[in-house]
Design a protein around this ligand. Structure first.
Ligand code: UVW
Length: 318
């Protein structure tokens, strides 16, 4: 029988207890004022890049299978006023539009709360998984939203490094690929950086459609569990990382043959923040043009009470 995730990760590095038994912020604790200033020092030209995907497109949005795309509808628009049935007392001709969106918190560019994924009935820092019942009492998105995610981001353009528009289904990225890519780009990866890994994968959805993106089996490319990779994240004190895929890692690990093992090894064990479903092409093109791959990364999750995640539109400033 194949191993369970708890057995696979038995000796994997952990940050539990590092910032106290009550800590719910995890590796974002690494992002001290000094780290924010290190991010600010990466700003040279004042160029800004927003990394969020569009939300609520009539054609649909890319989401993890089983989740639905955002449902956006108008509660009030010009039609309400023209019908004469909607009277805004005292407005004297002033009219307005109101709308509602129903969406998965993980259904767009997002941050996962540390309580979003667990194994062995325990969340990050040992909190009981039962604390997620009826809303996350522990490790919700709130501590992350109160703190913000600000530091030095570094783009690792793996798609370009492999001379591809996008990686193919299930294509694996190893630690050496990340390091070689940084070398080729001429950027130094420093402790407490926020790596942003470009696979090109999300552009497949927008350019070739759902069939090409999901196919018979949903199988994203990305990094996956290996002892070296999770040790590197631990030693480098990586606070957060982002990608342009739905789940930030190879869907079914060709190392462990299990689903999303890095959600266990990084998010749950090390408290690393996952920033998923980014659009990175514009930033990547600019980095390729000016040869500068570091920037100030700013991500502000919403303060969703007891939420397991939050939509976000991160900004990279070069
Ligand atoms: C799952 O939880 C399956 O994925 P994500 O981290 O993308 O929300």
């Amino acid at each position: 029988m194949s191993k369970g995730i708890a057995e696979i990760l038995e000796n994997a590095p952990s940050n539990w207890g590092k910032w106290g038994d009550d800590d719910e912020l995890g590796a974002l604790n690494y992002l001290t004022e000094e780290e924010v200033l290190r991010g600010v020092q990466a700003v040279e030209a004042g160029k800004t890049f927003t990394l969020g995907v569009p939300i609520g497109r009539p054609d649909g949005d890319p989401v993890w299978p089983g989740r639905s795309a955002a449902d956006h509808y108008m509660e009030v628009d010009k039609g309400h006023f023209d019908s004469g049935k909607f009277d805004l007392e005292g407005a004297a001709g002033l009219e307005y539009a109101d709308d509602v969106i129903y969406m998965f918190l993980q259904g767009s560019t997002q941050f996962d709360a540390l309580g979003h994924v667990w194994y062995d009935d325990q969340l990050y820092n040992g909190f009981d998984a039962k604390t997620t019942m009826g809303g996350l009492e522990k490790c919700s998105i709130e501590p992350m939203a109160d703190n913000g995610v600000v530091g030095r981001g570094v783009l690792l353009d793996i798609a370009r490094h492999r001379d591809k528009d996008w990686l193919v289904k299930g294509e694996r990225i190893e630690l050496d690929d990340l390091l070689d890519c940084a070398d080729e780009q001429g950027v130094e990866l420093q402790k407490r950086d926020i790596p942003i890994i470009r696979t090109g994968w999300i552009e497949l959805y927008y350019e070739e459609g759902e069939e090409a993106f999901y196919g018979d089996e949903f199988d994203e490319p990305g990094i996956t569990y290996s002892e070296e990779l999770v040790e590197w994240f631990h030693e480098m004190e990586v606070p957060a990382f982002g990608t342009d895929t739905i789940a930030n890692e190879q869907t079914v690990s060709d190392e462990t043959e299990t689903l999303l093992p890095l959600h266990g090894a990084l998010l749950r064990d090390q408290g690393v923040t996952f920033n998923e479903i980014n659009r990175l092409d514009e930033l990547a093109d600019d980095c390729a043009e000016d040869g500068k791959y570091d920037f100030l990364y700013v991500g502000a999750p919403l303060k969703i009470v007891h939420g397991s995640g939050s939509p976000v539109n991160p900004i990279a400033i070069k």
